[in-house]
Design a protein around this ligand. Sequence first.
Ligand code: IPD
Ligand code: CA
Length: 255
Amino acid sequence: MDEMWNQIGYSIAKNIEKIVMPLFGTRKAGENVGTNVSGDVTKYVDRLAEDVALEALKPLPVNIVSEEIGTLDRGSDYTVVIDPIDGSYNFSVGVPVFAFSFGVFKGRKPVYGSVYEFTTGRYFEGIPGKGAYLNGERIRVKPLPPERAALSLYTRGRGTELAGMVKRIRVLGAIAVELSYLAMGSLQAVVDVRNYVRPTDIAAACIIAKEAGALVVDDGGRELRLELNAEAGNNIVAASSEELLEMILGVMNGG
Ligand code: IPD
Ligand code: CA
C-alpha cells in the first residue's frame, strides 16, 4: 500500500515539475486567475499545477481535497489532500523554495504523506508507524537546546520574543518544506500562529514531521486535529523536543 501511494505521489510530483518549472520566476506564473475556496488569490501556476494533479487523481476512487478547488467528495473511504504548489509566491518571484504536498487518509487516519521539493529533487515521506524518509533514507528530527535552535515563525506579532531566545529565525515561505526540514533536522521548530495555515498546506508534512519524531500540537498544546478541507485556518506548533515545545507554548500563552 505504501508503495502504491509512493508511486502515485511521486509520479504526480514529476508531472507537475515538467509542466511548471519552465515558468519559474516569471511574471506569467504569478498572474491572478481567480480566487480559491478559502478566499486567497489563485495564481496561474497554482491552476496549472492543480490541473495536472487532478488529471492523475480523478480516475482513482478517492475523495480529493486540493487548495484551489476545495473538496471533491466521491464517497470513498480514502481522501487525498494535496497542495499542488506550496510556496507559489516563492515560485512566481524566483525564490527556489516550493513543493508538491500529498497526504492520504483513510477516514481521518493518516496513511501516507509526501512532500517533493522541486528544485532539489528531494522526496520526503512519512509512513505512519514506519518512520520518515528522505529519498528512501530514514530521517529524524535533531533536537538542540533553545539557544542553538533554528525556528520558523509565522506570526502577526504574537510570540515575537522568541526571536531573542533561539539562535536563528528562518521563515522560508513554504510551510510544507519547513516541516520537512524539521523532519530532517535542519530546523528545530516550525510555528504558525496566524490562525491561517490550511490543512492542504500542512496535512502531508505533519505526517512526515511526526514520523521523524516531532511533537505537533496547536497553540494551546493540544494534539493538532486537522479537518480534511482546504478552508480551515489553523495554528501549529511543531518542535523537535519537549523542552523547545514547552518554551514556545509558554511564550505564546504568556507563561
Ligand atoms: C503558503 C505557504 C506559506 C504559508 C502560507 C501558505 P501557498 O502556501 O505554505 O509558507 O505561510 O500560509 O498559504 O499559498 O504558497 O500554497
Ligand atoms: Ca499552494
